[in-house]
Design a protein around this ligand. Structure first.
Ligand code: SF4
Length: 291
């Protein structure tokens, strides 16, 4: 069996920035304690566990909104995750006089700036994204004329006043967004479409398309909460027709899945630590004749 390590993969600049920001805040004496992180700093449990060991408290409860999570905090520092957070939550943090540290990725803010500028020009905004994802919630919070579209069916059922400006979640699938844009162009006339998939997402998705040509199996190492990891797996299945398994670590590999596999490829999400992917590759190489 041959093991192919797909590149580029793993941490992007936004994830790196957010993690380093939390570490910097934890080490510094300039930030009031406790140090809270609002939601997973990036969508990977191993990263969150490491920061917890260093002293960070991650506020994350599926039954509570970010606003409700903040309500219970009376002192300390709040770090905003790489995905951003709704504007009313930011205002609440300021109102409560908590120290705010913003680790939102700059690529997310590029989309926010576009949304705000078109709202100011009286456009209705279509935001293509995943419902309830923190990045989506942050973008939808920018105005009541921002509408969420998740798929082509949503376009078919939509009734949005023109003129329309279209943008999207940075980690969306390049294939899905292409189809949604086609449907939007067919349905609406006065429409401006920008495609805001971030460069890190695009080059990771394209690398999989190029590398999977003869693969029998593809592993994507990433958290099940990670939108970009799930979309890498989706792209692999949809665009390269390769059997693809999303795993969180080497522990999730079932050796039975490797039966009759000649070529296995490995990639990882933008929030997956490098050591997890290296462990997967090392393990797979024990089945190979190239080690
Ligand atoms: S995946 Fe893209 S938008 Fe998200 S943190 Fe990385 S660079 Fe930023």
């Amino acid at each position: 069996m041959i093991v192919k390590d797909i590149r580029p993969r793993g941490f992007c600049k936004g994830v790196h920035f957010a993690i380093e920001k939390v570490k910097e805040v934890l080490k510094s004496n300039n930030y009031p304690k406790p140090i809270y992180v609002l939601g997973y700093i990036v969508h990977n449990r191993h990263v969150v566990d490491e920061l917890t060991e260093m002293g960070a408290i991650t506020l994350d409860d599926h039954s509570m909104s970010r606003m409700e999570l903040i309500e219970g905090i009376s002192e300390g520092t709040i770090v905003i995750s790489a995905h951003g957070t709704p504007i009313d939550v930011i205002n609440k943090i300021k109102e409560k006089r908590l120290t705010l540290v913003d680790a939102t990725c700059q690529d997310v803010y590029v989309t926010h700036d576009l949304i705000k500028s078109y709202l100011n020009k009286n456009y209705h905004v279509v935001y293509i994204g995943k419902k309830n994802h923190p990045e989506t919630n942050a973008s939808l919070s920018l105005g009541n004329k921002v509408f969420l579209i998740e798929n082509v069916e949503d376009v078919n059922h939509s009734h949005i006043e023109e003129p329309i400006f279209v943008t999207n979640q940075t980690t969306f699938s390049i294939k899905d967004i292409f189809n949604i844009h086609l449907a939007l162009k067919e349905k609406y006339q006065d429409i401006i479409i920008t495609e805001e998939i971030c460069n890190a997402t695009r080059i990771r998705q394209n690398a999989i398309i190029k590398s999977n040509e003869d693969a029998d199996l593809c592993y994507i190492v990433g958290d099940t909460r990670s939108n970009n990891s799930k979309n890498l797996a989706k792209i692999s299945r949809q665009m390269t027709n390769t059997r693809t398994i999303l795993i969180q670590s080497v522990d999730d590999i079932n050796p039975l899945d490797l039966k009759d596999v000649q070529l296995v490829t490995v990639s990882s999400g933008a929030s997956t630590p490098e050591y997890l992917t290296k462990e997967v590759i090392s393990y797979l190489k024990t089945f190979s004749n190239e080690n």
